[in-house]
Design a protein around this ligand. Sequence first.
Ligand SMILES: *Cc1c(COP(=O)(O)O)cnc(C)c1O
Length: 404
Amino acid sequence: MHYTYPSPLTTPLDRILPPEPLLLMGAGPVPIPHAVAKANGVVINHLGDTMNEVIAGVKNMARYAFQTSCDKVMGVAGPASAGMEMSVTNLLWPGRSALILVNGTFSERMGAMATAVGADVDYMKFDEPSMVDLAQVQAQLALKQYDVVTLVQGETSCGIYNPNLPEVVKACKDAGALVIVDAVVTLSTMPLLMDEWGIDVCITGGQKGISSIPGVSLIAFSDAAWKVVEARTAIMPHWCLDARKAFNFWGLQQYHYTAPVPGILALYEALRLICEETLQKRFSRHLHSSEALQSGVEAMGLKLFVPKQYRLNSVVAINIPDGIESYQTRKFMTNKFNVEISDAFGLPIFRIGQMGEQCRSANLFKTLYAFGMSLRTQGVDLDVASGMAALEIGLAGDLTDYVP
Ligand SMILES: *Cc1c(COP(=O)(O)O)cnc(C)c1O
């Protein structure tokens, strides 16, 4: 046999990966707990009694995280964007309409997905950084009937959240629309009550608030949304993202596609840790740590991008000081301190993540110090010591966030 293409030269992964992994303090993915990493190394049959028990556990714990009693809770083999696409694809098709509330990159992505499945799409944009304006939404709902409204709870791209989410959802429901909420960055970091607020479809990813691996996501459908899914006669353009088919696996213990087993096991462990910590404690850990970090950043002499009223507590956006290059600062932080943070999609900000495992005081101290010193090396006149002191005072010697 003659092979045209010879076997290529190869490099073991160990030689590509850094000796010590970077501390991931950007806008995701985030560090994962040991139990999650361990689960991610296991493959079992994706059908059968053992997997069925895992699936039942994931659904049960996810219901707690979403605060819902609905049965249509499912994992998605794919990034959070696949979860978003699943929500949009199953509820929208040619002849149906959607209002897309936009605070930034991720909320706008829903519009691209809705357009791609042939829906009639209107956008309502709020300048970054600002929250959704309820009165404007109500005015638009009075002008036109929509089948679906989409919005984010938190917009990772610019560091805001929509504190009026319950009121906006209610206004949309009163107007007869189904509401899709992207809770990718916020689930388990701030209150979200899917049933009480009347959310119809809620989505989250693995790699953000819940601190699992990237590439396996979660979606939950309300009964009202599921009625539309079930009654659909329009052609479904996706095979993998067909919610009715997905429920064969997530509800009826039957084959749909080979499930991403390690990712689901990892999700199981991530959700279990959330249940053990409890949502209440997890929310206060995020709020407390985020406020401490914010005061540290300000005490150093930097400015926050988002007004306090709608500032996200899982990703903090910081204005880039005049004359400073984001890339150079972040490169210095990475090389010198082994800490990585994010820039943004074209906005003049740095973003420091505080999702799940990022939100541990030891990580915050390391990150704030690395950030301040790196900016100082780039020529910014910062009072790093005052920043560190403010962080310490903000955390108030609180060690409850340490994992035992
Ligand atoms: C990260 C993120 C997404 C997309 O997640 P992927 O896993 O990259 O597809 C969607 N929405 C929000 C709010 C996010 O933060």
